[in-house]
Design a protein around this ligand. Sequence first.
Ligand code: PMP
Length: 375
Amino acid sequence: MEIKNANKCYLTDTQGNTYIDTTMGSGAQIIGHNNPLIREVAEQIKKGTIYTIPNHHTRKVNSYLKEYINPDFDEKYIFCNSGTEANMRAIRLARANTGRNLIGRFHGGWHGGLDGFIEEHPNNRGVPPETNNLFRILPYNDEQCFDMITADMAAVIIETAQGSNPRSDVKKFLEKLREHCTRTGVLLVFDEVMTGFRLSARGGAEIFDVRPDIVTYGKVLGGGFPIGAVGAKPEIIKTRGVFYGGTFSANPLSMYAASLILETIIDKKHIQYDKLTHAGETFRSELNKFFVEQDKKMTVIGCGPLSRIVFTDKFIRNRKDRDNFEPENAQEAFSIKLKKLGVFVNGNGLYHFSMSHTPEIVEELINIIKLGCDS
Ligand code: PMP
């Protein structure tokens, strides 16, 4: 499948087939494809796409982040071009700040394709074991993880809602993790690449009311353009002698797009989180009702506008449970069915609603999924 055109929440392929898009650029496009902000970014092209020298949009983005998103963090963010790069910089900062190398990360988490983050991935060759040894894989949503988070670690990195297992019942777990990290002197990094500016304006940190020491962003912040960002408490980000540069880092296109996205998050003109959350909640409640009534071994889990269908009717606590209960290839087989019915689901199985997914389109999607269950 090759896409030729994307408009609002629809994708059209080179064969002329149109699909309801449920991935929206893997969560990057929160307003919709071909939205008014994207068209405005085109104006920046005429003024140059790359300066390497700092540009005025970056100053604006820093000040919006400071004033509206993370007032307790330093006003200077580190910008790069992807979530993976942001996480690479975040763990480097944590290591430099603490003088320790060991990083804790959670089973079922995803932080990008960086060496050390992909040990459990099926395509994990080419990573030296010495690199993997610098990471400790922790059981997610499981109190046993606390015994494994020890004072010889630089940081623990966690998604506030895991893509593999998005859920809204982890407030207590995140609070305990925060307390434990503070007690042991281990820095807490929230990877909000997917959840930042998506679950709410201030991301999972706001929804669960837990503050990290370092945060990473990507996806939505770039408004459809490549971006990554790292923010931290002032005493952490001021750590000296850490390298962060890159040719396209803080390029004027991405930074202009980021400034426009933040402006509309602040003025609520093009993004309203209550509508996004309502779309996600309707999707989950209507489908779960149907699955129970029809005795399907399926459940929709999620958090705010983010959902995933799991192919079991059992309660799952984490990715490990999902792997145990879900028949192999169930996700893929169902996505193939939906594609035939005019719905595109990404390989990662996540449904990201955007502002262009109107209540009518969400209803249509629910009906197509019900149809897909019976076909
Ligand atoms: N962290 C999380 C939580 C993500 O969801 C992703 C992307 N799916 C990444 C990091 C990596 O971001 P990117 O693909 O922009 O490198």
